[in-house]
Structure formats: structure tokens, C-alpha cells
Design a binder for this molecule. Structure first.
Ligand code: NAP
Length: 405
């Protein structure tokens, strides 16, 4: 079978990776310009397709028949070519969002849910929430309820971002401030790149349960695959694919005192996992064009920290990498946000007497013990877990992999 994804800009799509786990069919990316859409759909170059931005509505006139769900939502994300060559349009985003919601315990009939955005995904979310009995408010820049009206809906208990605000490459953006909704008990963001958007980071900081859009992406793909092949996939398939994808996409980020072995261990870990490796200090040297000690001596620590944050902002947007950071990255709170959006942060601990101080201006200036006293709590705050680096680098890598399992 020839399947694939139709859209306009597909460079960052995870769909080929997901479908490779699901079925024995080819899955290609079809980037098609709007003026070529009709020719492409009539060409017969595919047996089954997923549809993404901006064609979920545009393909409807080419369908001989729509599923009841696709007709109701006015949105098609799956196309099947039938034996007579005609096209059948379905909507598996509905199944995707329903599964994401179920992972979070669903909604209670009557509770108020605010959806941000009024595009195709918002319509699907609305359908699922209404079917579950929620009272749904759609907020849009141009519809009857606008962002300036949000104060009338501060009693909402569920909020869903169905806009692209916060999506790569504009990761620092958030569509709203969550502080205006004191009763929220759940925040969902349909965006899956980054895995943890700024909105979800805000929710985490406020202690509100939250989830990104990866689970929806996986579940819609699983259902689409069943439609392509006509074969039911085993129970547990969504979970299996979600765990695999989440693991593959999450960066492993090493933090810790200067000279604690982050670069050596990081490089080895990347090798072991077959992942790309980035060293923030090396990126910084490339960026500023001179050794760190020279830059420090000429421009001072604040200028150095600013350059370091710029490097981490870009590195943090990557996924599936191993990243070694500079020892002082924890001194700026914003660096935590850059790093945790796609990463698990591991604190590499090494006895102070074993730390290497070569080429490390702050260790030399302040002395490692004073530096450790100042930073210890910050390493704790930044990291999800700590691993001792006291034996060989190989031992440390094995320990990290053990914890990540
Ligand atoms: P869409 O049809 O283009 O709709 C997006 C809506 O967001 C627009 O209708 C617009 O609503 C609002 N919007 C766009 N730019 C905005 C901005 N700068 N500020 C505020 N609002 C803005 O796209 P879509 O297909 O619904 O997708 C929306 C998001 O969901 C995307 O990030 C997409 O990646 C994600 N998505 C994820 C999955 C998944 O499986 N996880 C599936 C589908 C979509 P107003 O004009 O009314 O304000």
C-alpha cells in the first residue's frame, strides 16, 4: 500500500516514524502547493493519506463520501482511495483528542471548557467535549467570544490550546496567562513540538495537571492506520507508540558543577544511544568566536550569561539529542524553561576534590566549595534526577540509562 501525509510544509513531521511502527505500508511526505492540490488528489499516487495544515477542509470537495464524523466536524484528516478510484474522507483527529482527554481522566458533564482558536483542530476538540457533556466556549481573535472577553470565563476548569501559538520555532510564546483562570484543573495543548510548550510549563509551575499534543498525534495515526489496512491494531498500541516516540524525542540534558564530566559522559551517552551530541560550551565558543576565558576577561559574567542563554534557547528547541551544559547555566531561571521544553535534566554529581578547574574562570575565581554551596539548590531545582559520576564514564552512562528506563 502507498500511504503518506499531505500538507504544505512537512519537514518536522513525526508521522513517518509513527506509521513505520504501525503497518507494513510505505508512508511518504507529499508537500503540495495549493494550485497543485486537485491534480495531486486525482493522480492516483496514493492508496491512503493523512491530511494536515492547510488542507483538512480543502480536500472535502474531492471526496465522494464522508464519514459521519468528518461531515459533522467539517474536517478531513484521513483519505482512503476506494476500489473504483473515488475518495472517502474520515476524521481520526476526533479519536486522537478523545484518547488524549481520556488519559487525563476525561471531563465531567456540565463543567466549563475553554478552547483557544477556531480552526479545524478546535472544531474537533469541541465535538469531543460536547459529546462528553462539557459546556464549551471557543475563544477566537474574530468570533463572538474574543480574548478580551476572557474575564467572563474565569470559572473554566479545563483549557485547551488549539492555536499554533507556542509551536516551534516560536517556542517562547504563550496564548494566554493561566493566572486569569483560578479554577483550572486541566490544561491541554495540541502542540507537540515542543513536547512541553510555554503554556504547559506555566501549568506545571502552578501545579495544574497538563498534557501536550503528542498523545493525540499518536492516537489519530493509530486509527488512520487501521483505516488504511482494514486491520484492527492490538489494545495498548497507542501507549506503546507514545512511549517510544516520547523517549526518542526527549533530549537528555546533563547539568552539574564545572568539570564534573558532562562533556565526556554526554559524548559517550550519545554514542551509546546513536543520538546527536551538543556541548553548550563548544556552541558558545563558536558563537562568540574566542575561548570562554578570553570572553569572560573582556566582557564579564553578565555578557557571558546572556550569550549562554541564547545558545541554550536554540539547543533546547532540538529534540532527541544529548546536551552537555555549562556549569553555571542554572544561575538563570529562563534557562530551565529553554531546557525542560523538550528535555529530561540529569544532575551529574562528582566529589568536589575530583572536579577539573582547567579553563573554568568562575571555579578559579570563587573556589569550587563556595561555588557548590551557591549552586547546589539550583541544580536540585533544575534536574529531574541525579546520578553520581565517581567511577568510569561508562559506569555513569549505564546508570543514566538505567534511571531513564
Ligand atoms: P488552523 O485550522 O490553522 O487553526 C488555528 C487557529 O488558531 C486559527 O483558526 C486561529 O483562530 C488561531 N490562531 C492562528 N494564529 C494565531 C495567533 N497568532 N494568535 C492567536 N490565535 C491564532 O490549525 P489547526 O489545524 O486547527 O491546528 C491548530 C494547532 O493544533 C496547531 O498547532 C496544530 O499543530 C495542532 N494540532 C495538533 C494535532 C495533534 O494531533 N496533536 C492535530 C491537529 C492540530 P482565530 O483566528 O479564531 O483566533
Amino acid at each position: 500500500m502507498r500511504c503518506g501525509l499531505l500538507g504544505q510544509s512537512l519537514a518536522h513531521s513525526h508521522s513517518p516514524k509513527i506509521h513505520a511502527l504501525l503497518g507494513d505500508y510505505t508512508y511518504s511526505l507529499f508537500e503540495v502547493a495549493p494550485e497543485r492540490l486537485a491534480d495531486f488528489l486525482q493522480s492516483g499516487a496514493f492508496d491512503g493519506l493523512n491530511i494536515t495544515i492547510p488542507y483538512k477542509k480543502a480536500v472535502i470537495p474531492f471526496c465522494a463520501e464522508l464519514s459521519p464524523q468528518a461531515r459533522r466536524l467539517g474536517s478531513v484528516n484521513t483519505l482512503l482511495r476506494r476500489e473504483d478510484g473515488s475518495l472517502f474522507g474520515d476524521n481520526t483527529d476526533y479519536d486522537g483528542f478523545a484518547w488524549l482527554l481520556s488519559l487525563c481522566g476525561g471531563v465531567i458533564a456540565g463543567e466549563k471548557a475553554v478552547i483557544l482558536g477556531s480552526g479545524g483542530a478546535a472544531a474537533t476538540v469541541r465535538g469531543v467535549l460536547e459529546d462528553a457533556g462539557a459546556q464549551v466556549v471557543t475563544v477566537s481573535r474574530k468570533g463572538p467570544v474574543r480574548y478580551k472577553d476572557l474575564s467572563s470565563h474565569k470559572d473554566a476548569s479545563v483549557l485547551i490550546n488549539a492555536t499554533p501559538v507556542g509551536m516551534y520555532p516560536n517556542n517562547a510564546e504563550r496564548p494566554v496567562s493561566l493566572r486569569q483562570f483560578p479554577k483550572l484543573r486541566l490544561v491541554l495543548d495540541l502542540i507537540y513540538n515542543p513536547l512541553r510548550t510555554r503554556l504547559l510549563q506555566d501549568a506545571e509551575d502552578l501545579g495544574i495537571p497538563c498534557q501536550g499534543g503528542l498523545a493525540m498525534l499518536v492516537a489519530q495515526a493509530v486509527r488512520a492506520s487501521e483505516l488504511f489496512t482494514g486491520r484492527k491494531l492490538p489494545e495498548g498500541c497507542n501507549n506503546f507508540v507514545l512511549c517510544k516516540l516520547q523517549k526518542d524525542l526527549t533530549n537528555i540534558i546533563l547539568i552539574g558543577m564545572p568539570g564534573c564530566g558532562k562533556t565526556t559522559v554526554g559524548r559517550l551517552l550519545a554514542q551509546r544511544l546513536g543520538r546527536p551530541f551538543f556541548d553548550a560550551d563548544e556552541e558558545l565558543i563558536r558563537r562568540v568566536g574566542c575561548p570562554i576565558e578570553d570572553f569572560f576577561a573582556r566582557f564579564g559574567e553578565p555578557a557571558f550569561r546572556q550569550e549562554e542563554s541564547e545558545v541554550l534557547k536554540e539547543l533546547g528547541k532540538r529534540s532527541g539529542c544529548v546536551i552537555a551544559t555549562g556549569g553555571g547555566c542554572v544561575t538563570r531561571a529562563e534557562n530551565r524553561d529553554f531546557l525542560r521544553q523538550n528535555g529530561t535534566l540529569v544532575w551529574l554529581k562528582r566529589p568536589l576534590s575530583l572536579l577539573c578547574a582547567d579553563g573554568r574562570p568562575i571555579s578559579k575565581l570563587e573556589g569550587v566549595e563556595a561555588l557548590y554551596r551557591k549552586r547546589r539548590a539550583l541544580y536540585e531545582q533544575f534536574s529531574q534526577f541525579a546520578v553520581a559520576n565517581c567511577g568510569t564514564p561508562e559506569d555513569t552512562v549505564t546508570q543514566i540509562l538505567e534511571v531513564l528506563k
